[in-house]
Design a protein around this ligand. Structure first.
Ligand SMILES: *[C@@H]1O[C@H](CO)[C@@H](O)[C@H](O)[C@H]1NC(C)=O
Length: 267
């Protein structure tokens, strides 16, 4: 503390502010290592907890190349799906002012489970389920996300928005497929995979542990209290086409969080 005084009267507060900013959002709003870790762990937490249980849910791991791809797109500050994402799944989230909030983004995406009926493989009319189904897409094994602070975000009137882009491989939301196969956890893991905490993970080769050691980050409390049931709501309306990995829909569901209201963006 005394050392910083020698830097001059202005320095300590400036330095502190800078440190806080960097700690909160990373440079230019990039995700911190902790945030990346939390992103992977929250995905795997939600994946391990699906109800009904999944027989073939793979463990997701961080993919630096996907992350670089997502980051590059986030830096373009466009509110809409990346048309050049190829065979990659994609979830977007935007929040104003407070900076990126990974657990909140995950919660928003995950809460769509209330509208999704696995046995019917259908989303309730007028609702979005595509974020949820990507999060719990059993065959999706790699995730990479990028975040960027956008003073202006194309397609949105609000300014100073923190944009989050997550890309997934293999992509979820493939038409005609369910996110996962129901059954006892891990009862249908692919060959070469073993069961760990209700998720299938490779016995050899690349494991998530190489990128992010497990249990380094505590799971934020907000996620521990996820609702347990998947009730079927009764909202009337038209049936939403869900966004998909390569055969993507004309209505990619996007979330934009504007305090204090949560707005669903239909594009
Ligand atoms: C889900 O869909 C199936 C098949 O259409 C239906 O029988 C079931 O009642 C639905 N579940 C809920 C919770 O609505």
């Amino acid at each position: 503390m005394h050392r910083s005084r020698s830097l001059g009267a202005l320095w300590p507060p400036l330095l502190l502010l800078l440190l806080l900013l960097v700690a909160a959002t990373g440079a230019a709003g990039a995700l911190t290592e902790d945030e990346k870790r939390a992103m992977v762990e929250l995905h795997n937490l939600y994946r391990a907890q699906v109800s009904p249980a999944a027989s073939n849910m793979l463990r997701m791991r961080w993919d630096p190349e996907l992350a670089a791809f997502a980051e590059a797109y986030a830096q373009k500050c466009v509110w809409g799906h990346n048309k050049e994402r190829g065979r990659r799944g994609e979830n977007l989230f935007a929040i104003t002012d407070e900076g990126m909030d990974v657990p909140l983004a995950m919660e928003e995406w995950h809460q769509e489970r209330e509208y999704y009926n696995l046995s019917a493989a259908a989303c309730d009319p007028g609702q979005m389920c595509g974020h949820y189904t990507q999060v719990v897409w059993g065959k999706t094994e790699r995730i990479g996300c990028g975040s960027h602070f956008c003073e202006t975000l194309q397609g949105v009137e609000e300014t100073n928005i923190q944009l989050l882009v997550c890309n997934y491989e293999p992509p979820g939301n493939v038409r005609g497929q369910r996110p996962y196969q129901e059954g006892p956890p891990c009862s249908r893991c692919p060959p070469g995979y073993r069961c760990e905490d209700s998720l299938c993970e490779p016995t050899t080769g690349l494991g998530e542990a190489q990128d992010f050691p497990l249990r380094v980050t505590e799971v934020p409390p907000t996620t521990a209290t996820s609702k347990t049931s998947a009730e079927a709501p009764d909202k009337p309306g038209w049936k939403t086409q869900q966004s998909s990995g390569h055969a993507w829909s004309p209505f990619p569901g996007l979330w934009l969080l504007l305090p204090p209201l949560l707005l669903a963006g239909f594009f």
